[in-house]
Design a protein around this ligand. Sequence first.
Ligand code: ZN
Length: 676
Amino acid sequence: MSDNPLLTITDLIDFPSIKPEHVVPGMKALIEDAQEALKTSNAKETPATWDAVITPLEQRTLKLSRAWGAVSHLMSVCDEPKLREAYNEALPIVTQFWIGLSQSELSEKYKAIKESNEFKTLSATRQRIINEELKDFMLAGAFLPAKRKEQLKTIKETLAKESQKFSENLLDATNAYGLLVEDKSDLAGIPDDDIASFKEAAQAAGQEGYRITLQVPHYLAVMQYAQNRALRETLYKAYVTRASELDFDGRFNNNDVMRHIVQLRETEAKLLDFKNYGEVSLATKMANSPQEVIAFLRDLAKRSLPQAKNDMKEVKQFARDTLQIDDPQSWDLPFASEKLRQARYSYSDQEVKQYFTLPNVFNGLFGLVQTLFSIRIVPDTAPVWHPDVKFFRIENDKGEKVAQFYMDLYARPNKRGGAWMDNDRTRNRLYGPLQTPVAYLVCNFAKPVGDKPALLTHDDVLTLFHEFGHGLHHMLSRIEEPAASGINGVEWDAVECPSQFMENFAWDWTVLQNLTGHVKTGEKLPRALFDKMLAAKNFQSAMAMVRQLEFGLFDMLLHTEFDPEKDSILELLAEVRKEVAVTEQPAYNRFPNSFSHIFAGGYAAGYYSYKWAEVMSSDAFSLFEETGILNPETGKKWLDEVLAVGSSRPAIDSFIAFRGRAPKIDALLRHSGIKG
Ligand code: ZN
């Protein structure tokens, strides 16, 4: 038996015993083992059946991915040089294995299983796993004739390079800019912290005075707070012309890169026999067709526009009357909006924080999910990577273990920022007895000081509820096929639904009563303060909504109804804006040149997903509003029809089974304070 803890994982992972020197040999051994299994699965003499091809491969690859998951997790929460070195050495080897697997003969084996007599006898879940897997193989070009396969490969490689080029141009353009302000009085209105950061930037560049860069915190500080109008205009212009022909004499110009990316995607779609790239993107998503997405976005726009126009009118009026800006422009709006928000809804995060002590929030959150889903959350023990980490088990109403999770809540050095849920183990019976899910829930809250409990901002509470929503989706799954259990395989535009769904509870008055208690007096959150928080949340929400719809519509039209040989990207955006935007922009605005989500990220023909999932989560929550926020019957339905089923069926089927009908946009509008 090896003494490498990565090779001997049976139940819970023994984190303290994993050392950097275990990583490379451990991963190599597990990959070798998985390679062996892959070879057997792919062998000619291996019959094309689930048990002969898929089960043995899953048994070995799951060991590999769980061990690698533990190493990646440690990298995220306790990064140190030796571990990082080992991680970086192992990373290409692991990546190479998965690429090799996707390009192997396995696609043919899956196809043979699909065409075999056995297929009809498989469970619906297994049939769906095979169908989805085949779709992925198809999109990767596995079933194309050799010549087209080669073409597709070249296109994908070129696309990756062009996306990289897009990011580099944007990054270089952003970093190349620095506005030196010598006189501090020119910065009037900007918070001291931000001014200190300008000063640091100047020092770092060997300059005297204040250097304002185009990094988002600098940009926002000026746009929201600088009283100096000319300064706002200068910075606005620099920001919205980044990586265009108007910026640095076109040295970082993304114009040709964008056109080329759209062309390549269109060619990819044609090679795969799709009409356009929008269809390729949607092949694995919940939305059925680009037309459905476009109609969805237009419908939301139509309902939000009147109020968005009103938001706009109000802020302009305020700018004129109160701030004496006669002709408010794009560089005045964030400034005027911030002043208007302060005038109407000022309250401080500090004030709110006093009501959200960590023990109260935990009691409230655990109490909520215990009531809704008939579960119990109890403290449990496990070897952990840091003394602050807590470990819990979830039991069902019979007292049986359903799942376990780690909670690593506080920020500390060597821990990645942000918050996330990750799965350690997915529910399965691959090795005989049932293995229940294990999840990591990681946040970066401020650590408590002295013997006081930690205090959370309301944003922190939302984050906790969001990640806990992902966690419940993973942990309360009843599906025992790992590929379809929990969040695995859930459509990309639906996977944020259970997490956003949970956020709604943190905006509910009844739930907040159970969640809050003033750190000194124990008093619940006062209604007046809650009303202010809610009003501030919905301040200019219609304007924010149409802005998102503009991006989503532009993205989908660019990937469906746009001819990169003939049409102009800027003209397309102008048309979209004519339809859904309420702001006017100067002609020099080059927004697409910095739209990384679709040109360099994974959101091409997918930007709509944000709103899509939000509509579903709001609509799902509205059933609780109708039947009682803490109604266990509605909770059971959400558990049975959505959380428990993973991706064993399409997300739309799960939604309809829960809600009794297809999603409607009304609840999202109402929750956003839009009277559409
Ligand atoms: Zn999320």
